[in-house]
Design a protein around this ligand. Structure first.
Ligand code: COA
Length: 158
């Protein structure tokens, strides 16, 4: 069984993340979407809210699990018997950071490979900060997030 992990902050999950997860789910028997607890960011949504939004957004997908981790992503991957870490590459600007992270993760755990996937080009300019910003300004974000995320954003910002 080929297992991969897809780590991130997911504050909140967007259609760009979902695009990557769907691509990964075609390549692996199981994809574990895992929320980083000790991210350097200060998330707007709690860990439970973020996990709930991920689960709801992906409820129709059979080979996807939602989890969280505290510590190194490679330790989490090993604990779950995963052979790969999935990362999305949206633009050249992602490359430097992702390259650094992939090489450090390889140094820490040579048995865990990083697999980069490219989302549909319509999501290349998307990130969670932009979504929160749009929602704060009461803009329609239905094109960019699942309905359950839209509902949660509306509840936060009115
Ligand atoms: N579509 C839309 N947005 C996307 C996206 C996609 N396909 N891929 C990434 N993004 C956005 C995210 O929404 C996020 O936006 P934000 O900055 O506005 O919050 C941004 O791009 C960063 O992406 P994300 O995938 O959430 O990564 P991250 O930088 O928040 O998380 C960790 C990085 C948590 C995976 C990484 O720090 C980690 O593994 N930490 C654990 C500790 C560890 O192992 N460290 C050693 C690593 S060398």
């Amino acid at each position: 069984m080929k297992i991969s992990v897809y780590p991130g902050t997911f504050d909140p999950i967007t259609n760009g993340h979902i695009d990557i997860i769907e691509r990964a789910s075609e390549l692996f028997d199981k994809v574990i979407v895992t929320v980083a607890v000790n991210s350097a960011k200060t998330p707007m949504f709690t860990l439970e809210e973020r996990k709930e939004m991920i689960s709801e957004s992906l409820h129709s997908h059979k080979n996807i699990e939602v989890d969280s981790f505290n510590g190194l992503v490679v330790d989490f991957a090993r604990e779950k018997n995963a052979t790969a870490i999935i990362r999305g590459l949206r633009a050249i600007s992602d490359f430097e950071y992702e390259f650094q992270m992939a090489l450090m993760n390889r140094k820490l755990a040579p048995d865990v490979k990083t697999v980069f996937l490219m989302p549909n080009e319509k999501y290349t300019y998307l990130n969670s900060t932009i979504i929160r910003e749009l929602a704060r300004m009461k803009c329609d974000v239905s094109e960019f997030v699942a309905p359950c995320v839209q509902k949660k954003l509306r509840a936060k910002f009115g």
